[in-house]
Ligand binder design. Structure first.
Ligand code: HAM
Length: 424
């Protein structure tokens, strides 16, 4: 036997038994997004590398060290998407969706970053992302936050904390930059290699450093929020008052800078205390400059993305069992004639919306019942010679219901009886 090939490190198979929570989040998110008027968009997994350099920023962890970049056969530099915002803006500009229009869009799918894999951090991970265009007021920022808060409520997730900050405009950041560099120069001795390199290229990134040795210096650094231009300050004040009015609790975190360069004004993260080091389940903010930066006409925009793996881990911790596509009924078919009849009967049940798996391996009653149990179905439907000649089907509840009696139901009313017993 030759050696088995394994998956790429940090890229995981999602097996049928684990998908219950995934499907629940997907269903719930689709319903919540629809309720706010967001429409789905599907985008390529691969884009020109330049798109990410121009949007996420040259001096960021993602672009400097985490992208899966390769040359295709024409010699063009392409990258697997590390996130969805840049591709969404590119598609919006290219397809004329943005100019003078309001758009509310969402997407879902895998993203790729060559990070060091650990709990909650993978090289292929999945996001549900939301991007809204053409709305400059803080009301949109509030809508995005309220929408994510509604999703947590619907999913039964209670222990996530909202952190917010304002990064102002590019102009006020440029002014603040001078103050920050002067301060950091004064603490040069403490800075690590990454921070020294960024001191004159992207000093704000230093505030995002996770290096414990830098935390003291970062905490005492001057705050960007004290250097906001009047419009940005008013925008932030309005967002806070809208959140207060809607009863959404938040923590103002002046150190929240995010790892991507395109943000302006509002940034936010939802953080859980139950996930260890990779605690952010959802993050986003406003990016009023990005559309123009990518060749479109200036268009205000904001959005967020949630990390599916982290959200699913939170749900799994909640011990809530989610159905993962198990059939509702399993047909135990004893003999050739029962197999023929069973197939017809199963079709009739599916017409009534009951999901049915038919035994296809045959064998004794005992071995088929064992497979029925393993399928996760709630009911076993038994068809043998006795049932066939009497026009009946025996039905039996499976699993946690003790030694349940078998019942016999006329074949003609089986669909109705089962549908009523399966009703929630
Ligand atoms: P981000 O903060 O890079 O933002 O990612 C958003 C979320 O994706 C994170 O909060 C986290 O839950 C999840 N995530 C990120 N990297 C990984 C990883 N390696 N493994 C597992 N989960 C991960 C963005 O991507 C922006 N595009 C969000 C946005 C949309 N801003 C505006 N619109």
């Amino acid at each position: 036997m030759s050696r088995a090939i394994q998956a790429v490190r940090g890229m995981n198979d999602l097996l049928p038994g684990a998908l219950g929570h995934w499907q629940r989040v997907e269903r719930c998110a689709a319903a919540v997004l629809k309720a706010y008027g967001y429409r789905e968009i599907r985008l390529p997994l691969v884009e020109k590398t330049e798109l990410y350099v121009r949007s996420i920023g040259q001096v960021t962890d993602i672009v400097e060290k985490e992208m899966y970049t390769f040359e295709d056969r024409n010699g063009d530099s392409l990258s697997l998407r590390p996130e969805g915002t840049a591709g969404c803006v590119r598609a919006g500009v290219e397809n004329g969706l943005l100019h003078n229009q309001v758009q509310r869009l969402w997407y879902a799918g895998p993203m790729f970053r060559h990070e060091r894999p650990q709990r909650g951090r993978y090289r292929q991970f999945h996001q549900i992302g939301v991007e809204a265009f053409g709305m400059p007021a803080a009301d949109l920022d509030a809508e995005l936050i309220l929408m994510s808060a509604r999703l947590w409520r619907e999913l039964g997730i209670g222990d996530v904390v909202l952190q917010i900050n304002s990064l102002g405009t590019a102009a006020c950041r440029a002014a603040y930059r001078g103050t920050l560099v002067a301060y950091l120069e004064g603490h040069r001795a403490v800075l690590d290699e990454d921070s020294l390199r960024r001191l004159h290229t992207n000093p704000l990134r230093i505030l995002d450093s996770k290096n414990p040795a830098l935390q003291g210096v970062i905490e005492r650094a001057p705050s960007l929020v004290d250097h906001l231009d009047p419009e940005s300050a008013a925008h932030f004040a309005r967002l806070r008052s809208l959140l207060d009015e809607a009863g959404v609790a938040y923590v103002f975190n002046p150190r929240l800078v995010r790892g991507l360069d395109y943000y302006t004004r509002t940034v936010f993260e939802w953080v859980s205390g139950a996930l260890g080091a990779q605690a952010t389940v959802c993050a986003g903010g406003r990016y009023d400059g990005l559309v123009e930066q990518l060749g479109g006409r200036a268009t205000p925009a904001a959005g967020f993305a949630l990390g599916m793996e982290r959200l699913v881990e939170l749900l799994a911790q909640g011990q809530v069992q989610a159905a993962c596509g198990e059939p509702q009924a399993y047909m135990v078919l004893l003999g050739e004639e029962a197999q023929r009849r069973g197939m017809v009967l199963a079709e009739r049940l599916r017409d009534r919306g009951v999901s049915v798996e038919c035994d296809a391996a045959g064998g004794s009653l005992k071995s088929q019942l064992r497979r029925a149990d393993r399928s996760g179905a709630a009911w076993a439907l038994l068809l043998g010679d006795a049932e066939l000649s009497a026009g009946l089907v025996s039905i039996k509840r499976l699993r946690d219901h003790g030694a349940q009696e078998q019942e016999q139901i006329p074949e003609s009313s089986l669909a109705e009886v089962l549908a009523s017993r399966l009703a929630p």
